[in-house]
Design a protein around this ligand. Structure first.
Ligand code: ADP
Ligand code: MG
Length: 218
């Protein structure tokens, strides 16, 4: 369970160009939910997702993950939590272009010292329908294929939560629908899915929408 209590995020807090990206955001997301985060560009969606994913800190407030406060935890402890519980699909795929598909997907398995890395990665890419691309460099793939690699990497360590930042944003609508379908299947298998999207049609198919405007939930 994800519990955010009065989360405020100020960028550059000590500088003149400080900017309040989130103001007093409180939200609870139960295990197994499928949540869309919607809002205009610049409203704070990515900031919120990064905080939930323990990829960014916040200025004030409290974040409980499975009942445990993340405030004051060392970076190494947060990294362990992230590696074991959270899969992140970043906005621009964030894949290593000159690595093969398989090498990209295996990456999250090193910090958790998993056994049978190759086999686990192969199983996941098979599930996502890209097993035949295993030894191709990512730079040779289409957008939809890259997104499948990014999702494979996000789920290979069997996280409880998947966070995706506009995963269909750069895809044509047919490919976007296929990618959305993958998230739906992952959610059906019990994983909590939280997806930032501009696409109202997709947001409407999620279990719940969290709307954000100027850093506040509405
Ligand atoms: P969204 O994902 O909804 O487009 P973001 O969460 O990326 O919005 O950003 C929210 C606001 O915070 C934007 O106005 C953005 O310019 C600002 N912002 C994001 N990152 C930084 C940063 N590192 N320093 C200062 N302002 C930032
Ligand atoms: Mg964003």
């Amino acid at each position: 369970m994800i519990e955010l209590r009065n989360i405020t995020k100020v960028y550059n807090p000590k500088k003149r160009n400080q900017f309040t990206a989130l103001s007093e955001v409180s939200v609870t997301i139960e295990d197994g939910e499928f949540v869309a985060i919607v809002g205009e560009s610049g409203s704070g969606k990515s900031t919120l997702l990064h905080i939930i994913g323990l990829l960014d800190s916040f200025t004030s407030g409290e974040y409980l993950l499975n009942g445990q406060s993340t405030v004051g935890e060392k970076e190494s402890a947060l990294a362990r939590l992230r590696a074991s519980k959270i899969g992140f699909v970043k906005q621009d795929f964030a894949l290593i272009e000159n690595y093969t598909v398989l090498d990209n997907v295996m990456l999250p398995l090193y910090p958790i010292k998993a056994s049978d890395k190759r086999k686990k990665a192969l199983n996941v890419i098979e599930r996502l329908g890209i097993k035949s691309l295993a030894d191709k460099d990512v730079s040779q793939l289409s957008g939809g294929e890259k997104q499948r690699v990014a999702i494979s990497r996000a789920i290979v360590a069997q996280p409880e939560i998947i966070l995706a930042d506009e995963p269909t944003g750069s895809l044509d609508s047919k490919t976007g629908d296929e990618i959305f379908e993958i998230f739906r299947e992952l959610n059906s298998s019990g994983i909590t899915v939280i997806m930032v999207t501009h696409d109202n049609r997709l947001a409407d198919q999620c279990g719940r929408q969290i709307a954000i405007k100027d850093g506040r939930l509405i």
